[in-house]
Design a protein around this ligand. Structure first.
Ligand code: COA
Ligand code: AMP
Length: 637
């Protein structure tokens, strides 16, 4: 007999149209779709063509009309400002409608872009929903990015309006956002028509006449605007993510497929229902924030939590338990790094006993592989299922998970369990052929991708094909390597490109190398991800200086650290760099990055047959030892 999971999975792969038409009926459509899956322009598949929807209507108005208006839609919990604020569905709908009026008054129409550069405050969520309400396309940029990164995104998205705030608060440090925004606008060729600024009491910003507008004043003066029907295939948002170069990729999300898929995942993957309290401890600037702070929980009629704080230090390692207890959280979603931070400060989990976690039922982790230590610690201390699930900015929701709402499968340590219905995951070899179970290869997804995944890159169809579809014809390349075992459990081992995961944040080492290479004294450089107990990985840089440079290397190293902070942002966590005489390379001149990472991580490595001078690896090992990395680098004979 097939299990419920198996039955749903098979149906989703063999009859996707039937499969997705059922959850689609659970959403409101101004006009029903003509076709569930439109494959008339392969490889650009489209979902629910002909349908007219509004994502904001489904996330807010529908619940109010169905009698859920009184229920908390959003709880803003901010230990850094000592605030807890509840917004009912009715209140959030009214605020989104008013904010839509503000945007409209600044000339924003359906299809126009609005860039949102905000800390974790309710206005960020309101602005996102307001865009959806009028069919404008939002692009949220994470606050930890530097002006240059912000400028790149402004240039690509060409927003008519930017919504921002006077400052963010990092634990007890106030970070003025406005100067960063001003610098970004100065750097970018595209200029916004208006900026709407939330003035936070911790630090107000100077507003520029004719360009900047005070959020409060504008909201007070605005007329609420109703939801505008948009095509299911129209873009809801663009979210930029690190690619293999310094130029980020603008991942596009549509309205219809996204709405159907996310609402379905709330029950199928997370097992939550209308009225449940769901908390994704992430940031609205990341995909987790888009999908599971904002859209997923609201589409489902849950209460979502917007947490402006950290797992530790705001004020202690009991912060998460406090939020869970105070707001009766049923499901928490965060990155393993947050749990490593908590475990580091409270290894025995003593603080858990101070809180009533009676409502807490499941912990979901993603962003990086859940290491066995973290998995066991969380399972033992919290006594709830701990679910590792694997996904990407591009996919918008989980590719692999233990779908609690369908059937809880046994957990295998190190695996995010099996492919979620909708994802035909295959492991391919270099010849585009599926490998045998247990063999490592390129984790790929056979086309079409399910609804809610990226239909293309913003204004860049050819980049979409080049980045994701070209290498394995007929498949989407995840750029993760791994294997699937005999029972269908997926194991994600590593990226196949230069992306590293630092505290659950996706960063390109190539982009950091571009910055280092710009220093006038640097001849050559390499940046690699090395294992880190807290953040999973951290970047480590190696510099080779130009011949004749007489300045102290330490000075240059300090300068390049500052350059990465200034150009990419503090989020890069680029703090370790050292100068070496030369970089280990193959005879054809390729830097042996994999081997250097293995030395740093103390993983056995083989002396590459193609190395031009083995002595360089010994030098590299010594350099890593100086930096405090394991560096013993047991050489494999
Ligand atoms: N605005 C400005 N600066 C920011 C920022 C923001 N929104 N978010 C982070 N930063 C800064 C931090 O202050 C820090 O600066 P510093 O180098 O001066 O200390 C730097 O960027 C790195 O931040 P972060 O990676 O968050 O490291 P941390 O040491 O402050 O905290 C953790 C470590 C593990 C506690 C933290 O990463 C965390 O809570 N992670 C949770 C997981 C998560 O959010 N994952 C997202 C995907 S699910
Ligand atoms: P992002 O686009 O920032 O969400 O990062 C996506 C990448 O993070 C994936 O391609 C993986 O490399 C990694 N990742 C996310 N979740 C997991 C997981 N559960 N296990 C292993 N790697 C993961």
């Amino acid at each position: 007999m097939t299990s419920p999971y198996q039955q749903q999975y098979e149906q989703s792969i063999h009859d996707p149209e039937d499969f997705w038409s059922i959850p689609a009926q659970d959403c409101h459509w101004f006009k029903k779709w003509d076709k569930v899956l439109d494959d008339t322009n392969k490889p650009f598949y489209r979902w629910f063509t002909g349908g007219m929807v509004n994502t904001c209507y489904n996330a807010l108005d529908l619940h109010v009309e169905n009698g859920r208006g009184y229920q908390a839609a959003l709880i803003y919990d901010s230990p850094v400002t000592g605030t807890v604020q509840r917004f009912s569905y009715t209140q959030l709908r009214d605020l989104a409608a008013r904010c839509a009026g503000v945007l409209a008054s600044k000339g924003v129409q359906k299809g126009d872009r609005v860039l949102i550069y905000m800390p974790m405050i309710p206005e960020a969520v309101i602005a996102m929903l307001a865009c959806a309400r009028i069919g404008a396309v939002h692009s949220v940029v994470f606050g930890g990015f530097a002006p240059k990164e912000l400028a790149t995104r402004i240039n690509d998205a060409k927003p008519k309006v930017i919504v921002s705030a006077s400052c963010g608060i990092e634990v007890n440090r106030v970070i003025p956002y406005k100067p960063l925004l001003e610098k970004a606008i100065e750097l970018s060729a595209a200029k916004p028509g208006s900026c709407i600024i939330v003035q936070r009491p911790q630090q107000k910003a100077r507003l520029q006449d004719g360009l900047d507008w005070d959020w409060e004043d504008e909201m007070a003066a605005a007329r609420p605007v109703a939801c505008v029907p948009v095509a299911a295939t129209d873009p809801l948002y663009i979210l930029y993510t690190s690619g293999t170069t310094g130029v980020p990729k603008g991942v596009v999300r549509d309205n219809g497929g996204h709405m159907v898929a996310l609402k379905w995942t709330m029950q199928a993957v997370y097992n939550v229902h209308p009225g449940d309290v769901y908390w994704a401890a992430s940031d609205v600037g990341w995909v987790v924030g888009h999908s599971y702070i904002v859209y997923g929980p609201l589409l489902k009629g849950c209460t979502t939590i917007l947490y402006e704080g950290k797992p530790v230090g705001t004020p202690d390692a009991g912060a998460f338990w406090r939020v869970i207890a105070e707001h009766k959280v049923k499901t928490l979603f965060t990155a393993p790094t947050a749990f490593r931070a908590i475990k580091q400060q409270d290894p025995a989990g003593k603080l858990i006993a101070d809180y009533d976690l009676a409502h807490f039922e499941a912990l979901f982790l993603a962003g990086e592989r859940t290491d066995p230590d973290t998995l066991h610690w969380a399972e033992e201390k919290l006594k709830v299922p701990v679910i590792d699930h694997w996904w990407q900015t591009e996919t918008g929701w989980a590719i692999a998970a233990n779908c609690l709402g369908i059937e809880k499968l046994p957990v295998k340590q190190g695996s995010p369990t099996k492919a979620v219905p909708g994802w035909n995951v295959q492991v391919l070899d270099g010849a585009n052929q599926p490998v045998r179970p247990g063999e490592i290869g390129a984790l790929s997804v056979e086309l079409p991708l399910p609804p809610g995944s990226l239909p293309t890159l913003w204004n860049n169809d050819s980049g979409y094909i080049q980045s994701y579809l070209k290498e394995f014809p007929g498949y989407y390349k995840t750029a993760d390597a791994g294997f699937i075992d005999e029972e269908g459990y997926i194991f994600v081992m590593s990226r196949t490109d230069d992306i590293i995961n630092v505290a659950g944040h996706r960063l390109s080492t190539g982009a950091m190398e571009e910055v280092l290479a710009d220093h006038p004294d640097v001849a050559e450089c390499a940046v690699l991800g090395v294992e880190d107990k807290l953040k999973g990985q951290v970047p480590v840089g190696f510099l080779v200086l130009n011949a004749g440079v007489t300045r102290a290397a330490a000075e240059i190293e300090k300068e390049v650290i500052q350059m990465v902070r200034d150009r990419i942002g503090p989020v890069a966590a680029f703090k370790v760099v050292t100068t070496v005489k030369r970089l280990p390379k193959t005879r054809s001149g390729k830097i042996l990055r994999g081997t250097i990472s293995k030395i740093a991580d103390n993983v056995p490595y083989a002396m590459p047959a193609t190395i031009d001078d083995p002595a360089i690896l010994e030098e590299m090992q010594a350099a890593l030892q100086r930096l405090g990395y394991a560096g013993a680098g047991r050489k494999m004979q």
